[in-house]
Design a protein around this ligand. Sequence first.
Ligand code: PLP
Length: 395
Amino acid sequence: MSVCNASLSSHQNTTKMKFATKAIHAGQEPDPTTGAVMTPIYQTSTYWQKSPGDNKGYEYSRGTNPTRKALEDCLAALENAKFGLAFSSGMGATDAVLKLLQPGDEVITGNDLYGGSYRIFTKIFTKYGIKFHFLDLSNPENMRPYLNEKTKLVWIETPTNPTMQIIDIEGVAKITKEKNLILTVDNTFASPYLQNPIDLGADIVMHSVTKYIGGHSDVVMGALITNDEALYKDLWFVYNACGATPGPQDAFLVLRGIKTLHLRMKAHCENGEKIAHYLKNHPKVDKIYWPGFEDHPNFEVAKRQMRGFGGMISITLKDADLQETFRIASNFSVFTLAESLGGVESLINHPATMTHGSIPKEEREKVGVTDNLLRLSVGVEDIDDLLEDLENALK
Ligand code: PLP
């Protein structure tokens, strides 16, 4: 089976489209058999071949499926790139990138990461002989002493989960290009609406599509996007060989969700900014992490590489032990205490015991993921209701 060359969207030139138009149309055209305006759910595992190899570009749905292909083309267009691949989760996408490596290879990554990324690095791929360096990458030059002939991949997340560090993608890319390394950026927190890492020099963009792209907390999915054909072919090989590919129903739901990505992101940013400013002066809040504050250590980089500051905010509570932090986390009525982020509904999360529970306490505390830290995913509800909920919960 070869890389999929089939497409439902052969007439499109998405490079000329603005973001909102791409979110609604890229990868999608009226269905060639019926004229259906919405991309159908091609609920099939296999495809007719007139004679072996004589097919319409689709052979078996682990490798290629038209509904998924429409989504992949849309995702690629939103990141201003040529190639997209959808995976059955963000972790499935991460796993595929790491499978490009060989035993003995080394990876440079940040010291604040989604807990599941830390877990797959330390508990799975370390076992297969890959070495990870977890560094403070707020200054990309911090990588230099760790680079050697075994270094193959740099993996960054920006903004980071949950302490909202901002990593200078262009600064890191300057070094990865000089040393011929693959730079992968986990762009989940920003979404393609706020940041396009490939334009800044990244080789691969990874998304937990589960979050802002899906946007409705009803699908778990991941994606990899690249402009590099050789990398795409290598990644497609892993995708098809290992098989962590999503079904057409999920692809349809994400295609539907993505059509409002630009509208939702605008609302997330507006609500996020109001809530960040409200919390900054709140007597119960000790530290606040949000990249839109001028006193954020990398505010200038955030302003340069992002088109807005997003709806993710973390706070530490003043004089709060674990019990008091749990009490406050359970005190909300509009915000829901739950894992995940990026949906239309506001969520609150306790990273130390939830999303980052797999990181040893001494490691997470080094970067500020303390027991009194709460992470907010600000949704798109009415801002007055969100502020009132915070006011009541923080009593
Ligand atoms: N990257 C980041 C920044 C995340 O927050 C998450 C999930 O929370 C993932 C990757 C993993 O994605 P998924 O849960 O879709 O596997």
